[in-house]
Design a protein. Structure first.
Length: 314
């Protein structure tokens, strides 16, 4: 197969991709066309079918594996595929593992490092509560290892939730060492658990889409509910510690307009918000620049509210 990351402008290709998204639309002249989002493990690609009623275009739906024939062009500084032919691929034609974007890092190595941090939590109440999921719950562990951290934006790949969590833990470890006002056990436990609700907010690959629970409640509230379930299994868990831990999860998006029910009121909550935001934004930049070469300006980016470009090699 021709991986998306290896495509170049001017190519004519025949390859199989996962139809991640499909939307029918009309041109200004009222002519129907289809917008597609094609996916393999190396990334995604916008596709266009300008004549969806032609004989060369078979009926298809989202989440179908489709073989497409088309021309690779550049539009608004991004590659796009103009699709001339399309058929539904048979099961024997493809390996599903080729279509799930995955972390470039070893999931098992990352998880073992995360467990090292968990073992290092000296507060018995916090450690046992974290272990409730990350050591004792095999179904959770399997799901957490393979989950993404987002539908889009950052770490939207299998293993992304683990990779993001470990990065946030690393940053929080620095904060705890640099500022003696921080309760390290509370901050590390919060960093490990800050996004556990995403295992229920988002469905697994290949869908990687918001669940009903995710749409209605969201990962912050789901995560606090999961903490409560763990806390209830531990006799005499201090109420004040439980509230402080929950607050860190509740406030980790920092601002009300970003989805946090409360703004950070504890040093640990502030540090967690800074670490979470820093890793999310730096990973987003990494993904934006991943396949860009040279120092061309990429245009205004709404997330960063800035025009972006790569640094020169000088």
């Amino acid at each position: 197969m021709k991986y998306i990351k290896d495509l170049h402008e001017g190519e004519t290709i025949r390859s199989i991709y996962l139809c991640k998204g499909k939307r029918s639309a009309e041109t200004r002249n009222g002519k129907p066309y289809d917008n597609l989002l094609l996916q393999d493990k190396t990334g995604t690609l916008d596709g266009k079918i300008w004549d969806p009623n032609s004989q060369g275009i078979a009926d298809y739906d989202e989440k179908d594996f489709i073989e497409v024939v088309g021309d690779v062009i550049t539009y608004n500084n991004n590659l796009q595929l103009n699709i001339k032919q399309l058929r539904i691929a048979s099961e024997g034609d493809y390996n599903p593992a080729d279509y799930m974007p995955t972390s470039e890092k070893s999931v098992d190595t990352m998880y073992e490092e995360l467990l090292t941090y968990i073992r290092g939590i000296s507060n018995e109440y916090l450690r046992r509560a974290v272990e409730y999921y990350f050591v004792n719950d095999e179904a959770f562990i399997k799901k957490f290892k393979g989950h993404s951290a987002a539908k889009t934006v950052h770490h939207g790949f299998a293993g992304g939730l683990l990779e993001h969590t470990l990065s946030v833990v690393h940053l929080c470890e620095y904060f705890a060492g640099a500022y003696d006002i921080i309760n390290k056990d509370l901050l590390i436990a919060s960093a490990v658990c800050h996004d556990i609700g995403k295992t229920k907010e988002l469905s697994s690959f290949p869908d990687n889409d918001y669940t009903d629970e995710g749409q209605l409640i969201g990962h912050i509230v789901i995560g606090v509910e999961m903490l409560s379930d763990a806390i209830r299994t531990i006799p005499d868990f201090p109420e004040v510690l439980a509230n402080e831990w929950k607050h860190c999860i509740i406030a980790h998006h920092g601002e009300l307009e970003f989805g946090s029910p409360k703004k950070p009121a504890l040093a640990e909550a502030m540090a967690l918000n800074l670490a979470d935001n820093a890793d999310a934004k730096m990973q987003t930049l990494k993904e934006i620049f991943k396949d860009k070469k040279g120092t061309d300006w990429l245009g205004y980016n709404r997330l960063f509210e800035s025009n972006l470009r790569r640094t020169s090699d000088v």
